[in-house]
Design a protein around this ligand. Structure first.
Ligand code: 9MR
Length: 879
């Protein structure tokens, strides 16, 4: 008997995103049990629902798809599956007419083997559209017979459900054999208990030698307890007593905290023991984050679209062919049409980064991600302790090594080029706007390598939010690439200004919140913040007063909470990115305006630092509203804290950043390190289509340095819904590949991880950061004096080998000089201290080149010219 192929999309695949959820059934089983320690309930007792599960009566009533003929061989049903099917559902063996009762628990079991190892998908589902699944699992079948069993509960009544073994998706042909298939009711649905390991919670990577060192202990004890810090040789390194915290509202756990900050003896393999319980091991030392700084950025190369991922850069395990270059079965991305009715042109939108576990590319989100990457670089030009060397040419995993451009900018350029390709061409309706996104027409299944994606790719309508993401990112591009690739910088500036103008002309074109088939919606109906961010970047790059006017009249400008919402910056809340740029990158704000914007950064950081101090687990995040991507909200708060540290040098901010790292790397209610490859109990099964080892042992786990989305109280995916109902906010997480709402990885979460990893790596003493930078400048100061005043000219020459951009020259007057008027630079004076920053056109001093500026001032009596000048913190020689 044969059967027509089934419609390709199972309900599991279609209910991919929050707003479109079809609430499906409970599917808990061996797959999860293997990884997550799900206790099984007693065996099922109800009547057998499968007819002829042992094939003693031949093949009836089993069916199979035409491409996979099956017959009974030695008492088993064996199907011959052809080579070259793409999706699991392209070849199926199944049985229909299975009655299921809502609320009832079922046990499904079968024995199977195959001529090659394969991962099949086992679904109990509706037999007709919408194919809602009551159970879905990925089962690994080997050449030896394996017995698989799953327990699940039915959510709905079904007169005639279907058991479908989806056996497609293999490049090779194989034989699949099945026996002893059974489905019985009466099983008690299992209760999920997360394995949280030791109640002593620490940063599983370690603590910086001079940094704060604290942990959390889960215990019902209400009086302080003794803690011991053990060195790796078993000796006691320190002792102390815990502080009783009480009940932590994020986890409902009763906890104590402990602090061993005074220990500064570097070492590996420390542990903390309290009341007989011992933590995971950790280090004390420096250099703990230098690898993370690099790994977090390598994430972006790994996820590039339209380019082969080179084994020489990432290792054979992670190498893969280029995706979406119109090589079959790919259909894109070099001539992508719009969704029907949206436009009648096609665009070449190759390149860029895949957003996340999916193969979509979104301008909203793509923009903030590349902006934060550029800010990580820009920080090395503006912050005294930031080290640009580890981000420089030849340092990172990018194929552009050796081109004379810092590698981090090469990575950013890959995405910027794509973002600009998303702009509506001149002459078309809405020219200058950016298409919101490009992605598959329908959701694809997991696992799937990008070059195997057979779906049609489509451009979605332009939106104001996307256009402003482009304007902001491209404006930042223009100033950063200027010293390295003037043509690219020009292209960026043109894209940025045309995008800005298009957004001003079309300020309320919003993406459809229901446009979530085949890709995420990323809809945002409030773009006041995107306007602010884009204006800030354009103003910083060009100095054009039009943008200043927009900034200072924005309702957000003087509102710290609006710029930096308590829940953190995100793709929906971008104004803070603009404020961080204004506060740190030289621009044409007046001294008072600069003071104001910096005060808003430090005010926000004060709040996050206080939140961290008050939290049971030290996390710089207020309250219990852990939403989709909560780890990125935490990381973005850490970016604000890090920037406040850069502005003030106050360690209360850097300490809070480090406590945020502790939280992400294991000091949390689940004892979970959320970053792959870091810590003893790290996330390994994040939702991703080609880092899908949990579904196919031939595929790798996510590359080291990939941060999971993290706890999410809304648990929008079926695995989280099955396992985590009633979870405490900071415990609504499961390291399972199908839990996209808690365990996805994305560019906009790894970008702040990379920023923060660089920040904490820069904090370490001993890597040269504490030393003043080598003088790479010469200053000529010429002054003409008269009785009550003077005119001075300053020439700065870059005597180093790297461009200085933007520059900032500081000096102190020895006497009572007061600058009254200046030209060709922006000057602020506080008492005797003076800071000069570039005008709009002279922000970069190339190696060997000079810039000049001048000023008039008043003075009384004899005054001496200044003789000591610092360029971006480094001491200049004077001519
Ligand atoms: O990060 C996004 C989160 O804030 C939203 O609540 C969620 C549902 O719309 O979508 C998330 O973004 C996903 C995007 O839509 C598609 N690519 C993967 C993203 C991360 O899960």
């Amino acid at each position: 008997m044969s059967h027509l192929p089934h419609p390709p999309l199972s309900a599991t695949r279609r209910r991919h995103r929050g707003r479109n959820l079809l609430l499906g059934g409970t599917a808990i089983g061996a797959l999860i049990a293997g990884a997550m320690a799900v206790p099984y309930a007693g065996a099922a007792e109800g009547p057998e629902q499968i007819v002829n599960g042992d094939f003693s009566a031949g093949t009836a009533p089993w069916w199979w798809t035409e491409n996979s003929p099956a017959s009974v061989v030695d008492g088993e049903l064996c199907a011959e599956v052809p080579a070259g099917t793409l999706n699991p559902w392209d070849a199926i063996v199944g049985q229909d007419d299975i009655p299921l009762v809502a609320g009832e628990g079922y046990e499904l079991s079968f024995t199977a083997h195959a001529s090659i190892p394969v991962t099949i998908r086992t679904n109990v589902q509706m037999a007709v559209d919408p194919w809602t699944t009551e159970h879905s699992s990925a089962d690994q079948i080997t050449t030896e017979p394996v017995t698989v069993s799953h327990i699940f509960a039915a959510d709905a009544d079904h007169d005639a459900a279907q058991l479908a073994f989806q056996i497609g998706g293999s490049e090779e042909a194989f034989t699949f054999c099945l026996d002893n298939v059974s489905l019985t009711g009466g099983a008690e649905p299992p209760v999920y208990e997360p394995d949280t390991g030791s109640p002593v919670r620490v940063n599983q990577v370690g603590y910086l030698t001079e940094g704060p060192k604290s942990g959390t202990f889960v215990s019902d004890e209400t009086t302080p307890l003794a803690w011991t810090l053990n060195a790796s040789d078993g000796t006691t390194a320190a002792t102390g007593t815990t502080e009783v915290f009480g009940t932590d509202p994020t986890s409902d756990q009763h906890v104590h905290t402990f602090d061993f900050s005074e220990v500064t003896e570097p070492g590996e393999g420390y542990t903390v023991t309290i009341a007989g319980e011992t933590s995971e091991p950790f280090d004390i030392g420096d250099g703990l984050y230098s690898q993370l700084r690099s790994d977090a950025l390598a994430y972006f190369y790994h996820n590039r679209s339209g380019i082969e991922i080179d084994a020489d850069l990432v290792g054979a395990e992670y190498a893969r062919p280029a995706g979406h270059l119109n090589v079959a079965p790919n259909q894109g991305d070099d001539n992508v049409p719009c969704q029907p009715g949206v436009c009648d042109y096609t665009l070449d939108v190759t390149g860029g980064w895949y957003d996340a576990g999916d193969h979509g590319k979104y301008v909203v989100n793509g923009g903030i991600s590349v902006a934060q990457m550029m800010s990580e670089y820009e920080r090395t030009l503006t912050a005294e302790h930031a080290d640009g060397d580890p981000l420089g040419d030849g340092e990172l995993r990018v194929p552009e090594q050796g081109n004379g451009i810092p590698d981090i900018l090469d990575e950013a350029a890959w995405q910027l080029d794509f973002l600009m390709k998303m702009q509506v061409p001149a002459g078309e309706e809405l020219a200058g706007m950016a298409h919101h996104k490009i992605h598959d027409e329908n959701w694809t299944g997991l696992p799937l390598l990008p070059h195997n994606d057979p779906q049609l790719r489509e451009l979605h309508p332009p939106s104001t939010a996307a256009t402003l993401n482009l304007a902001a990112a491209a404006a930042q591009c223009a100033r950063l690439f200027e010293p390295y690739d003037a043509a690219f910088a020009d292209r960026c500036l043109t894209a940025a200004t045309t995008a800005w103008q298009a957004a001003v002309a079309n300020p309320e074109i919003y993406a459809d919140p229901n446009d979530g088939t085949g890709g995420g919606a990323y809809s945002d109906n409030n773009v006041t913040d995107e306007f602010y961010w884009a204006a800030a970047e354009l103003f910083t790059t060009t100095g054009d007063p039009v943008y200043r006017e927009h900034l200072v009249t924005s309702p957000l400008h003087e509102d710290t909470d609006a710029l930096f919402p308590r829940g953190g910056l995100s793709w929906q809340s971008t104004a803070g990115l603009g404020a961080l740029t204004l506060a740190t990158v030289p621009n044409e704000f007046t001294a008072a305006e600069m003071t104001g914007i910096r005060a808003r950064v430090t005010e926000a950081a004060d709040g996050f630092a206080a939140d961290s101090q008050a939290a049971a687990y030290g996390v710089p995040f207020a309250g219990t509203n852990y939403v989709w991507g909560s780890n990125s909200q935490v990381l973005n708060n850490m970016v604000v804290l890090g920037t406040a540290y850069d502005l003030t040098g106050d360690s209360k901010y850097s300490d809070a950043v480090l406590r945020g790292m502790d939280y992400l790397l294991g000091r949390n209610p689940l004892n979970q390190s959320y970053v792959t490859g870091y810590g003893e109990r790290d996330s390994k099964n994040q939702h991703h289509r080609f880092w899908a080892n949990q579904l196919d042992p031939d595929l790798p786990n996510p590359a080291p340095g990939s941060v999971a989305g993290g706890p999410n109280v809304e648990i929008q995916d079926p695995v989280a819904q099955d396992l985590l109902q009633g979870c405490a906010p900071a415990m609504c997480y499961v390291d399972h590949i199908e839990s996209w709402a808690t365990n996805e990885i994305t560019i906009n979460w790894n970008a702040p991880l990379a920023w923060v990893a660089a920040f904490v790596d820069d904090l370490e003493p001993g890597d040269g950061n504490e030393e003043p930078e080598e003088a790479a400048c010469e200053v000529t100061y010429t002054s003409y004096r008269w009785s009550s005043g003077f005119t001075s000219y300053v020439e700065i020459t870059n005597t180093g080998t790297e461009p200085v951009s933007p520059w900032e020259l500081t000096w102190s007057f020895a006497d009572n000089q007061q600058i009254t008027h200046h030209w060709s630079s922006q000057i602020t004076q506080t008492g005797q201290d003076v800071t000069a920053r570039p005008a709009a056109w002279n922000g970069t001093i190339a190696p060997g080149a000079s810039v000049s500026f001048g000023f008039n001032g008043t003075s009384a009596g004899q005054v001496a010219d200044p003789t000591a000048f610092q360029l971006n913190g480094g001491t200049c020689t004077t001519a």
